[in-house]
Design a protein. Sequence first.
Length: 574
Amino acid sequence: MILHGIGASAGIGIGHAVCLREQNLDYTGVVFSGKEEEKKRLQTAVDTFCFRTQAMADDLQQRIGEKESEILTGQIMMLNDPFMISQMQEAIDGGSVAEAAVDHVCTLYADMFAGMEDELMRQRSADVQDIRTRMLGILLGEEAVDLSTLPAGSVLIAHDLTPSMTVGLKREKIAAILTETGGKTSHSAILARALEVPAVLSIPDVLSAIADGAVVIADGSAGEIIVDPDFCTINAYEEKRKAFLEERAQLSLYRDRKTADADGNPYALYANIGTPAEAEAAQAAGAEGIGLFRTEFLFMDRSTMPSEEEQTAAYLEVSEQMAGKEVIIRTLDIGGDKAVPYLQMGAEDNPFLGYRAIRYCLDHSEIFQIQLRALLRAGAKYRNIKIMLPLITSVEEVRAAKALLAACKKQLADEGIAFDDGMQVGVMIETPAAVMIADWLAREVDFFSIGTNDLTQYVMAVDRGNARVEKLYTAFHPAVLRSIRSVIQAAKRAGIPVGMCGEAAADPGLIPLLLSFGLDEFSVSASSVLQTRKLIAGWHAADAAAVTEKAMNLSTAEETERYLQAVHQKEEQH
């Protein structure tokens, strides 16, 4: 039997299923003992909860890290909120036993958080549910789940892995973690990654699908579960598991290294992120900065536009996390595949060629200026933020955006609000028009970043979401490679740095070409940082130049990709 979920922590786990069933928290038989007595019971339970949770947090900080322990200390703060406690006391005044008061109030809060638009706020629902479960357990005298005695090779299966459960977990005993809920940003995922345990989350009805003791293979990279595999499958996955662990051990050697080729020539290796929370993962992965912070997350999955204060806080959070390192923040890039209903942009026949990104922002300066003000304010403290403009097709667009930025600076100065007056401005090169006028654009901005995902789509005139023409979408096409080389050459002539933040920046086959072209900065997903650093370190400039010369003389995408992949495989064997 094969099950599918969300791969939330990479790796292969093979072991026997240990199913964690829900505790019996039925309190219908509890008799009301009077308002004062019930309030005493409630306060005793709160004190016990806080004492135990602080001990858990201290243990978690020592074994895993401070950031993970903050999940638990956050629960203490939530439960000690005077308003939450007063609501529980009011429920007791209304005749509820302490258990019912806790259940009612925690459920209200959990439902409230679950209904919020911001994903990080929604995660608090799981925290409140954990508080509810543990408080009821304390009041009812039910022992909490003890995972410290699990046998080695356990595949832990639960409805949800709460922060409090992880305290007893010993990574050497856990083969994998499977849950029915959660996603890549949930506490379960964060803790699994911190423990370096493979995890697959959001598997429907996994507790009923897998029996205790069943042999299970979990692929945390692919999000796949194999139940009761045959001998050959187990052997095959055991080899994959060993290969993964060997590769991870090798890559870990590159975590604290500077990025440089085999000749010692330095390069910048940054990470792409979509939320402030991802900056921590980028930092942990060894990224030397943020090469692309997509700001759309602040505007999507909500019914109103984020305020200037909200945006400032989000940008400052990333700036602070990466203090001393560059943070390149892309201005609002909505439209195309990223719809924001409350902005009422309207339906379009060709949204990728339509009213989106900088085109929308320049027409709606009131929205754009709020973002620009927030960026300028967020940059005041660490002065490491750079602004990047998306979907540029003309010099006029850049000048118009810079004029709005200048107006925002004057406003902030007049208002006496601190801001970064020297904040740099760059553009994403992702349209054929930008490629063709790169020399003129370079005179207007401080840096370039090549967005190969959209650039490939536009150069090849292909809808990358259309399966019938998907094969035409490739960065190995000579037209795309020539475009990339042309942009880098224009940047070099103008004396400005040039980076790349598309998928191509991490492609092993393209690395030697990008090095030889003269790319200064590679920006990749956090999970690709160490692999990319290793690939760059393996190339001598002369060897990369020789490979590039041959590749650029091939006339088809198929020939080019075949040649470059063969070169990569040969390098890997060495």
